[in-house]
Design a binder for this molecule. Structure first.
Ligand SMILES: Cc1cc2nc3c(=O)[nH]c(=O)nc-3n(C[C@H](O)[C@H](O)[C@H](O)COP(=O)(O)OP(=O)(O)OC[C@H]3O[C@@H](n4cnc5c(N)ncnc54)[C@H](O)[C@@H]3O)c2cc1C
Length: 406
């Protein structure tokens, strides 16, 4: 693509322009590295502003190196959430086991970070706020690739051309759908659904997780930073497509699933009827044979959502954002070579982390009375184990140095 020099001169070298769709984790992270490598970056985000608050996420293993190289480690250490214990309870509230949270998540105490997703987004956006163009309240509705770039149309009616487009718009990426087609062939449903919402602190909890299970149903409180998130997770044989985007259908489904449940679950279900911040979704992964097509690359959950049962969604998003930008820098903007390198160098790490899903399921969601009994026995023994060194899979990619042009 050639551009006319606005100062009135002749032709200038093509600008290396990238449009990133999504401003949560992967979007601002890839924007930071691209900007550092000399790209002009625009981020378009569907929401009217960065989405704040929310559930806590972990940053572990290789992803810590990305954060460190962005200079964000001190900030994130400052705002991290300190959850001191995870307690598993029975129907009458009797305690099955109380553990250090790391015994369940596989995190390393004192090294890995636990942060509210919104706090991480805020920190990531702060690194590019002055250097990147942000467009909120808009999204891509059409993309047409030419030999020189991608002609993009936005919902607002604006039309612009970029050299490359990166989809960082999450598991249900609309941008991905425009090029790769509907989500369904890439959507691996794991057999559970969840709902998260804030509610009153009815158990007077502080910096802790309390979780109740019976076969196929779980209910938990996550209390941190003076906020309590309720989380319901249940086995659901088929994806309840009818309930997506329909809050009343979600409330009805959950009331039915949790009928007759013990502990304080009836209070949680009652609170759900009034909550206005319900985040409802299927527990699923995105598994794609390719993450790139032409001038479009996918990153983060849009490419490879691993599901919260792995606890690795944020970490894999940060790592793939870093690797994508690095591949482009090393290939000096040759997107064909860069995209091939991105897939080659990143996929093994991502797949290994996606494969952790079975471990999380066994701990958090036993589906039969027998599985639940075995899980409880395991939890009791975990409470006596010394701290772990972390799961080697979390660190299984050795982060290459940032590109310096040499
Ligand atoms: C309950 C729960 C618990 C979790 N716990 C953990 C954990 O412990 N550890 C961990 O590592 N991960 C965890 N995760 C996963 C983690 O939240 C995600 O993997 C991570 O946020 C992925 O980041 P992302 O930027 O790729 O996508 P997302 O965070 O999904 O962000 C997508 C962004 O794109 C925007 N968007 C959507 N559609 C469009 C569009 N058409 N155009 C423009 N913008 C759009 C959205 O508004 C959003 O800002 C958890 C997830 C859930 C749901």
């Amino acid at each position: 693509m050639t551009l006319t020099d606005a100062s009135g001169g002749g032709r200038v070298s093509p600008a290396r322009t990238v449009l990133v769709s999504g401003a949560s984790i992967a979007g601002p992270a890839v924007a930071y590295w691209l900007k550092r490598y000399g790209y002009e970056v625009t981020i378009v985000e569907k929401a009217p502003a960065p989405r704040g608050g929310g559930y806590a996420i972990d940053i572990r293993g290789t992803a810590l190196g990305v954060i460190e190289r962005m200079g964000l480690l001190p900030w994130l250490q400052e705002v991290q959430v300190h959850v001191n214990r995870s307690t598993f309870v029975e129907n009458d509230g009797d305690v099955v086991a109380t553990l250090r949270p790391q015994a369940v998540t596989g995190s390393v105490a004192g090294r890995d970070l636990e942060i509210r997703r919104g706090d991480l987004t805020e920190a990531l956006i702060s690194t590019v706020r002055d250097d990147v163009e942000f467009i909120f309240n808009d999204f891509i509705v059409g993309m047409s690739e030419t030999g020189h770039g991608v002609d993009v149309t936005f919902k607002s009616g604006t039309a612009r051309t970029f050299d490359l487009v990166i989809a960082a718009d999450g598991m249900h990426s609309h941008t991905r759908e425009l090029v790769f087609g509907p989500e369904q062939p890439f959507h691996r449903y794991i057999g559970y659904c969840f709902a998260i919402y804030t509610m009153d602190n009815i158990l007077d909890l502080k910096d802790e997780i309390v979780m109740w299970n019976d076969p196929g149903r779980a209910a938990a409180f996550y209390a941190a930073k003076n906020e309590v998130n309720a989380m319901l997770t249940w086995a659901q044989p088929e994806t309840p497509f009818h309930a997506f985007g329909d809050l009343q259908a979600q409330r009805d489904l959950i009331s039915e699933v949790y009928a007759g449940a013990g502990w304080v679950v009836p209070d949680m279900v009652a609170a759900l009827q009034k909550a206005d911040d319900v985040f409802f979704d299927a527990v699923a992964q995105i598994r794609m044979p390719r993450w790139t097509s032409g001038r479009l690359a996918l990153v983060g959950d849009a490419a490879h959502a691993p599901s919260f049962l792995t606890g690795q969604g944020t970490s894999t998003a940060l790592v793939s954002a870093y690797m994508l930008a690095l591949s482009l820098a090393r290939a000096n903007g040759d997107h064909v070579a860069a995209f091939a390198a991105y897939e080659r160098d990143t996929r093994g790490f991502v797949t290994a982390n996606q494969d952790l899903v079975g471990t999380g399921r066994a701990t958090l969601m036993p589906t039969t009375a027998e599985e639940l009994r075995k899980r409880d026995d395991r939890l009791r023994s975990l409470s006596e184990l010394p701290p772990t060194q972390g799961n080697p899979v979390h660190s299984s990619l050795v982060l290459p140095e940032p590109y310096t042009g040499r």
